[in-house]
Design a protein around this ligand. Structure first.
Ligand code: AMP
Length: 404
């Protein structure tokens, strides 16, 4: 196959991110982002090939169709349009694949219908993903379009980890179970961590801590996910930038009965006004740390709640796995915040976990160990690359379908 490039599309509720990945060498000939779709202050930023200057446009972008057309025009201006012979496929990030999609799939009408059927369990994400797919299909009808699902990596979770202990008939009727998210990142990072240790993924047990704006942990045994912290939706689990993570479900009844809040108001509270933001007024860990260092008590409490939850999950996943070979920190906070890493692992020497301050402090873009030499459990910083993973899975699928 001579076409070696994949256009990766991440079509969110108000933004579209795109990246062209060349699978021959892993290079990124172009990338870009359209933000604030549907608002008057839309913005397109396009990064052209070979380090050329970024191009920015502030023209209003009405909808996803207009956003993708604008992105396609930018790519075409660089000779990288959707008709370029080097382009093998478009790879779409799709947030919710339910139980059905355990692997990437070539998109056809039936796949589209199933993604649509999953809208009730992913009301913000799947509709935006669908808009991106339909527009890309219209713009390039002959190009294979592949869906790569955020939930797929977690479909290997055993039933006892995936089920909530609630009435089975109700759960089954409404597809209430734990699905997990960020799966593309957990898959990529767990594999890269095994590579860093110089061992095959099938021999390594890894705890992945994906700490970005959203945050989730996973326990990966021999390359297979056996537990993850997000559930029916990306609200469960760790403390996040604006999401609460775990709360007693009765908090919802309490706020409804005692505070008179509606379901939508509580939804907004837990998803958008909680987490670090709810505790101290800032959702960006950089700002939280700056305030901690300046002696701010609210920021200190927010940091401590964040780290305490992380530590509880680390301990729990050590118990789930039995034997842990590595803990890998990734995403915006995990890759960049040495204080979060040091605090999360601090005091866990009894579990074989420790961070070497000299290895932890310096920033770096490559996967690296931060545990002391000879430590029983490797602690690592492994930058995630969801676009590369989507491109890799997309390319593997179209190469299989169309060998030679
Ligand atoms: P992501 O969702 O992976 O893009 O992560 C975004 C988040 O990473 C931001 O909201 C910040 O809280 C965090 N972040 C980025 N850079 C740093 C840094 N240098 N130190 C601490 N947190 C950071």
């Amino acid at each position: 196959m001579t076409a070696t490039r994949v256009l990766v599309l991440n079509s969110g509720s108000s933004s579209v991110k795109y990246q062209l990945v060349d699978m021959a060498d892993g290079s990124r000939p172009a990338a870009g982002l359209v933000e604030r779709i549907g608002e008057r202050t839309s913005r397109l930023v396009h990064r052209p090939p070979a380090g050329g200057p970024e191009r920015t446009s502030d023209a209003p972008v009405a909808d996803h169709e207009a956003a993708l057309k604008a992105a396609a025009a930018e790519l075409a201006a660089d000779g990288l349009g959707l008709g370029a012979p080097e382009l093998a496929a478009v790879g779409h990030r799709v947030v919710h694949g339910g139980l059905r999609f355990t692997e990437p799939v070539l998109i056809d009408d039936e796949v589209l219908a199933e993604i649509e059927r999953l809208v009730p369990v992913a009301p913000l994400h799947n509709p935006a993903n669908l808009r991106g797919i339909r527009t890309a299909q219209a713009l390039s009808p002959r190009l294979p379009q592949v869906a790569v699902f955020d939930t797929a990596f977690h479909t290997t979770m055993p039933e006892h980890a995936a089920r909530y202990a609630i009435d089975t008939a109700t759960a089954d009727a409404h597809r209430v179970r734990r699905y997990g998210f960020h799966g593309t990142s957990h898959a990529y990072v767990s594999r890269r961590t095994a590579e860093l240790l110089g061992r095959p993924p099938s021999e390594v047990n890894v705890i992945v801590l994906h700490l970005g704006n959203g945050a989730s942990a996973s326990a990966v045994r021999g390359g297979v996910c056996v537990e993850t912290s997000m559930g029916l939706t990306p609200l469960e689990g760790l403390v996040m930038g604006t999401r609460s993570g775990d709360v007693d479900p009765a908090v919802v009844f309490h706020l409804s009965r005692v505070a008179g809040m509606s379901v939508d108001e509580i939804d907004t509270l837990l998803n958008k006004r909680s987490g670090l933001l709810g505790l101290c007024g800032d959702n960006d860990m950089r700002e939280v740390r700056r305030r901690v260092d300046a002696g701010d008590a609210d920021a200190r409490l927010a940091f401590d709640v964040y780290v305490h939850r992380l530590k509880k999950y680390l301990g729990a996943y050590c118990a789930v796995l039995g034997r842990v070979d590595a803990v890998a920190f990734t995403a915006g906070v995990g890759e960049n915040s040495a204080p979060v890493r040091a605090a999360a692992v601090g005091g866990l020497e009894g579990l074989g976990l420790a961070v070497d301050p000299e290895r932890n402090e310096p920033p770096g873009g490559e996967p690296r160990l931060i545990s002391p030499p000879g430590a029983r459990v490797a602690v690592a910083v492994v930058p995630t690359d969801e676009e590369l993973e989507i491109a890799r899975q997309t390319y593997a699928l179209v190469s299989e379908e169309n060998p030679g």
